[in-house]
Design a protein around this ligand. Sequence first.
Ligand SMILES: C[S@@+](CC[C@H](N)C(=O)[O-])C[C@H]1O[C@@H](n2cnc3c(N)ncnc32)[C@H](O)[C@@H]1O
Length: 205
Amino acid sequence: MNWYDEHVAPRLVDAVCAWGGLEPYRREVTAGLAGTVLEIGFGSGRNLPYYPASVTHVYAVEPSRQAWQGAEKHVAAFAGVVELVGTDAAHLALPDASCDHVVSTFTLCSVADERGTTTELVRVLRPGGTLRLVEHGLAPSARVARWQWRLDGLEQRLAGGCHLTRDPMAVLARAGLEGRWSHAGFRVARTPWSYVTVAELARPL
Ligand SMILES: C[S@@+](CC[C@H](N)C(=O)[O-])C[C@H]1O[C@@H](n2cnc3c(N)ncnc32)[C@H](O)[C@@H]1O
């Protein structure tokens, strides 16, 4: 990893993730969860304060050492156990069907191996377990999508591998997850970053 990706990109990305406007999404994707949760792209633990007390164990996957160190205060304040179990969501050192839920907030855009990641998420979810996500992605507006394709390469270089043109729901459906509910739309304004999908999908029984 080069110096920019190790030191600058995580700070930049974390500063964006600190935006208070994301709070309603964090509340929505964590509401009602219980038991063991795998959170991929844990970042600096910004979802932890929103997990209900019924979540007893969080497995965190995060490649950035800096982000993980930044999570210290949230980890200390969390009543359950938080365990860093890996650095790449496409290679999880967890047994099959070991998680009640998986949470991904603004992470499927950044994983290098999107298909490998979704395969792993399905493997570690117990049958009937759910994936909750909030992700930005390719917009249904031709004008915005044109800009997303134009800026995609630059975004990947500047923002830790973040893609603007992914369609998270399509790749998750291909991995065998069933949609429970979802909603999508532009957040605030029509920009290349603001078409956001919030969803719950389940591993079939
Ligand atoms: C935009 S940030 C989101 C952080 C956090 N989920 C949040 O909502 O604040 C994307 C995160 O995904 C992490 N990431 C990148 N590649 C990853 C991979 N292959 N496996 C797991 N996490 C990854 C990045 O280090 C970063 O912390």
